[in-house]
Design a protein around this ligand. Structure first.
Ligand SMILES: [Ca+2]
Ligand SMILES: [Ca+2]
Length: 360
């Protein structure tokens, strides 16, 4: 047995030596071991954090420190519930004072009226031709030129038309014109084609009746003239410039009378619709104060200076009444604002109409 074990030991030793020799003498390169060799570990320098600046400790006030935690309640001022006493007087209504450019509408006939403020104006003329011998003596002296002071008043912007006059006739107040024809047109008054043309063939009493029906009255000579020429004595409603066919309807090239003037063309052979010449409006906006139809005024024709208190405005006085403004049937000399004409109050004619006025 001992010998057996000894032999086994010897055999094991021999096998070990053989194995060792085999391993060391093998020319085969040894496979690199999969076992990682030691790797150099490069240690990055560890940044040295600067010593942090110590944050100062700021003791902030507590955000809630100043907030009121309770909403103050506004205490309303107690109002005494004393009722306001109602006014015992009606409120004052201030009516603006009319001035140049102010207009109003007449209720009866829808006539537009323009306002002429109070004050002085130059009446009459120094025209050496303005004398009584003109036109067979029917023209009347315009001299001397003088100053007249008037209160404020309203005057119709237009000559009264056929249609307006017909309203008064239809109302049973006015009588119809004495003729339904005009100088040129056989069917004039009552013809719708001429509704907006001036009424003619009415005497002074008829004109006066119409104005009364319309809530107005005939203007005085002084009122008519101031409304036509303003305060400074200008020659025509539009100023002192020479007349033209755009300013007034007078006896121009179209005129059907023998005195027709071929140098002018105003577009109408006879009367024209009222307001056809806006360029010829007066300083207050009144139309056709020159031309179209002559216009009755309230005044008795009397010498100047004008005096409203000397009896010439008495509607019951007898005598000739004045016409103003010149007609379509005369030459331009008659278009001057200061021209005066006259007739007995019962007269009527193919170139004679009127407009109304009212105190301001
Ligand atoms: Ca004409
Ligand atoms: Ca006229």
């Amino acid at each position: 047995m001992g010998r057996y074990l000894k032999l086994a030991s010897i055999m094991s030793l021999a096998m070990f030596v053989a194995l060792l020799l085999t391993t060391c003498s093998s020319p085969t390169a040894v496979e690199p071991s999969a076992t990682p060799t030691l790797m150099a570990i490069v240690l990055s320098p560890t940044p040295i954090n600067p010593t942090p600046t110590p944050t100062p400790t700021v003791i902030l006030p507590s955000p809630t420190a100043n907030i009121q935690t309770s909403t103050p309640t506004l205490q309303p001022t107690p109002i005494e519930n004393t009722p306001t006493p109602l006014p015992t007087t009606p409120p004052v209504v201030i009516t603006p004072q009319p001035t140049i450019g102010s207009t109003r509408i007449s209720e009866a006939d829808q006539m537009v009226q323009v306002y002429v403020p109070a004050g002085e104006f130059l009446m009459g003329s120094v025209d050496p031709e303005a004398k009584q011998t003109i036109a067979g003596g029917r023209a009347y002296p315009e001299i001397p030129q003088h100053t007249v002071n008037l209160d404020g008043y309203w005057i119709d912007k237009y000559e009264v038309t056929n249609a307006q006059y017909a309203l008064c006739v239809a109302a049973g107040v006015c009588r119809a014109p004495f003729n339904t024809a005009s100088y040129t047109y056989a069917n004039y008054y009552g013809n719708p084609e001429f509704s907006n043309y001036p009424v003619m063939w009415v005497n002074w009493s008829m004109a006066r009746q119409y104005c009364e029906w319309g809530g107005r009255r005939l203007p005085t000579e002084a009122e008519w003239e101031k409304a036509s020429r303003g305060t400074e004595g200008q020659k025509y409603p539009w100023g002192n410039e020479t007349i033209s066919g755009e300013l007034a309807n007078f006896c121009d090239i179209n005129c059907t009378r023998s005195i027709a003037n071929p140098l002018y063309n105003d577009g109408y052979p006879d009367v024209a619709p009222v307001g056809s010449y806006p360029a010829g409006a007066s300083p207050y906006g009144a139309m056709d104060m020159s031309g179209n139809v002559w216009e009755w005024v309230n005044s008795l024709i009397q010498p100047y200076p004008y005096d409203a208190t000397d009896g010439r405005e008495d509607p019951n006085a007898s005598g000739e009444r004045a016409w103003r403004g010149g007609p379509w049937s005369n030459g331009y000399w008659w278009m001057r604002s200061s021209i005066r004409y006259r007739s007995v109050p019962s007269y009527w004619w193919y170139n004679l109409g009127f407009r109304c006025a009212a105190s301001g």
